[in-house]
Design a protein around this ligand. Structure first.
Ligand code: LLP
Length: 429
């Protein structure tokens, strides 16, 4: 499901009319549906039922404390990539003992902080990092729990900036080198305990086949590491893709589940059905690290049209959100559906570019897209903006970060205040 639909000609998030939120809190405004976040978490949890597992939400996708708290209360674990994300998880009431720490460039301060907090595992990305982890743990007189990230050299068939499981990517350790590294750790690194194995092949995967290929390739390695080194868990990473196109209808998992097989390359039930049988005989705890799947279709970015500019070649709709608020179109050619809050009464569509106020040609939300009439003063929703939306926002062009609102039924809560200009310059001399 997702919580966004037209009712009586007006776009709602759960039981709240989005235009009310736009007038009350201003634009640009991120709005999230709590029910959608919970539904996605629960569906994935249920799909993995046949195997001992934990859903470790990838905090980077959306790290607002209230979103983390919602998931912590459901019993989620967390996949973090910085000391800052660990700090957020703890502030939100999450348990460090259910946190895995990924990333190729952990600093000493971050390692010390995570050791002090007692995280579940460091997901280590190189032999050098494992040696360093051993050194830092020895200085503190503790044993660091660790897993090495295996790079299975599988093509995730996704955008090149978010593909991570090929040998040419900076992530993980070559498949062929893993066994030797665990042997080395056992004999030479007394302050690390090899607790698991990790992999992640990329993000926004819309086909099941790369997941199957990676799991089948790595499962024998996981089994032999369990037999030889007693590892307890295997994290198979995140990456489950979501529907961006026609997401008002098809971003709803219910709609998607009802489509014929050929039109549903990857559903969560299918993911579970294909993956669980390939894992269950290993006797390992299976972790998954979804970010986008949990929050992507649970959020929208509301923005108001300021001007219509008719050029000789194109018509531009200039809106008050920019690439600093939502960078996905500029960075990954990401597609976000654009939906007026007032339901269009006519089927007429005209090709337009929806662009922001930033001084960059890359500052667009769509180009030459057939959209219903949008007039200055109208508010539109950029759909599927719950993941990697606010989390990647910046103050570029000295624009204050937008506010975020969480909707739960008929209640809305500001879960992050809009920044003021004083907030933006705080800390500068
Ligand atoms: N685990 C690891 C080790 C990761 O690097 C990532 C994402 C995830 C899990 C979660 O992946 P997800 O389930 O969300 O696909 N900013 C980009 C996506 C970057 C993904 C980075 N790593 C975007 O907006 O498309």
């Amino acid at each position: 499901m997702h919580g966004f639909s037209y009712k009586n000609g007006s776009l709602f998030c759960e039981d709240i009319e989005l235009s009310t939120l736009a007038s009350e809190y201003g634009t640009p405004l991120y709005v999230y549906s709590a029910a959608t976040i919970l539904d996605h978490y629960r569906r994935l949890d249920a799909a993995l039922n046949g195997v001992d597992h934990e859903v470790a939400y990838a905090v980077k996708a959306n790290s607002n404390l209230s979103v983390l708290r919602l998931l912590a209360n459901e019993g989620a674990g967390f996949d973090i990539v910085s000391g800052g994300e660990l700090f957020r998880v703890i502030k939100a009431g999450g348990d460090p003992a259910h946190c895995t720490f990924a990333g190729v460039g952990k600093t000493k301060e971050e390692i010390v902080y995570a050791l002090e907090q007692g995280i579940y595992s460091f997901n280590v990305e190189s032999a050098e990092e494992l040696t360093y982890l051993n050194e830092v743990a020895a200085e503190l007189g503790v044993i660091a729990p660790a897993a090495v990230r295996v790079n299975p050299n599988v093509d995730a068939q996704t955008h090149k900036y978010i593909s991570t499981g090929k040998s040419e990517n900076k992530f993980g350790v070559d498949f062929e080198a893993i066994a030797g590294l665990y042997d080395h750790a056992a004999s030479h690194l007394p302050n690390v305990r090899m607790r698991g194995l990790q992999m992640h092949i990329g993000s926004q995967l819309t086909s099941i086949s790369p997941f199957i290929e990676a799991v089948e390739k790595v499962a024998p390695l996981a089994a032999s590491l369990k037999a030889k080194h007693g590892i307890e868990f295997w994290s198979i990473g995140g990456g489950i893709g979501i529907i961006y196109k026609e997401s008002l209808e098809s971003g709803s998992l219910d709609w998607w589940e009802n489509q014929p097989e050929v039109e549903r390359p990857l559903t969560i039930e299918r993911y579970g059905k294909e993956i669980v049988p390939r894992l269950k005989d290993l006797g390992l705890k299976i972790l998954v690290e979804p970010g986008r799947f949990i929050v992507g279709n649970a959020g929208v970015l509301l923005t108001r049209c300021l001007y219509e500019k008719k050029g000789s070649a194109k018509t531009f709709k200039i809106v008050d959100a920019g690439m600093n608020d939502l960078i996905r179109p500029a960075l990954y050619e990401g597609h976000h559906e654009i939906v007026p809050l007032k339901q269009p009464t006519s089927d007429v569509r005209k090709p337009v570019d929806v662009v922001g106020p930033i001084c960059e040609s890359g500052d667009f939300f769509c180009q030459n897209r057939e959209l219903p009439d949008i007039q200055p003063g109208d508010t539109i929703a950029l759909m599927s903006a719950g993941a990697y939306g606010f989390a990647m926002a910046s103050n570029y062009n000295t624009r204050p970060l937008p506010a975020e609102v969480l909707v739960e039924g008929s209640t809305s809560t500001v879960i992050r205040k809009r920044q003021t200009l004083e907030d933006v310059i705080a800390g500068e001399l």
